[in-house]
Design a protein around this ligand. Structure first.
Ligand code: ATP
Length: 211
């Protein structure tokens, strides 16, 4: 089973590529969403988070995300501590899920992980795709969503690995400085190349069985 990993900085176009990938019918996972679930529900993860970031980080049984963000994203050391707690739990989760999907006869899947390299998970994947765009373009796109301030976005950008380093480590890079039509075309070209390289159909042959 081919395990594709997709990463890129804030506003680079990961979610847009995921939407295009999902047309193929192969399974998709959002590593950030899985990590969030584990932070909320996994008892060992919760205990370790409280020990490192304060008892009050859960309130009424719920993780206070803003508190965790302010305490964990204030330095690379703190972020590394957070990664060391969340990483083994997500690793176990993916190990189990990959085994189940392989046993079910799946040929490929894609995981989107914004911190794929930072969390040291590259070895989980057969093939890593980085989507990137110039910082000014990413900032403008991220701000257009109106969810975070410019200062917040810039702070998070500084915590992420530089784009050039991600591109150096990737098996393939999608440059997303153009319009959406150009991104669609770049993705379609890449997907055809990947399917040919790994000898998998463009559309999941199990799809009809699953829906
Ligand atoms: P984040 O990590 O911040 O969640 P992301 O990498 O998932 O971001 P997207 O959500 O795919 O990035 O893209 C950010 C915003 O930019 C979205 O509103 C998306 O529709 C838009 N966008 C992405 N690519 C393009 C493009 N080529 N042209 C115009 N808008 C784009």
């Amino acid at each position: 089973m081919i395990r594709f990993g997709l990463t890129g900085g804030i506003g680079s176009g990961k979610s847009t590529i995921v939407a295009l990938f999902q047309k193929s019918g192969y399974p998709f996972f959002d590593a950030d969403a899985i990590a969030k679930q584990l932070l909320d529900k996994d008892t060992e993860v919760r205990a370790a988070i409280q020990a490192q970031f304060g008892e009050d980080i859960y309130s009424g049984g719920k993780l206070e995300r803003a508190k965790l963000a302010s305490r964990a994203f204030c330095s690379q050391d703190k972020q590394a501590i957070l990664n060391r707690i969340v990483h083994p739990a997500t690793e176990n989760y993916f190990k189990k899920v990959f085994q189940e999907l392989e046993a079910a006869g799946e040929l490929a899947l894609l995981v989107e992980a914004s911190m794929l390299f930072e969390a040291d998970t590259a070895q989980r994947y057969t093939h890593i795709i980085v989507v990137t765009a110039d910082e000014s373009v990413r900032l403008q796109r991220a701000m257009q969503r109106g969810l975070q301030s410019e200062a917040d976005i810039k702070r998070r950008m500084r915590m992420q690995m530089p784009e050039a380093e991600k591109c150096r480590r990737a098996h393939d890079v999608v440059i997303n400085n153009g319009n959406l039509r150009e991104l669609v075309s770049a993705w379609e070209t890449l997907w055809e190349k990947l399917c040919a390289r790994y000898q998998i159909p463009l559309v999941n042959p199990l799809r009809e069985r699953l829906v």
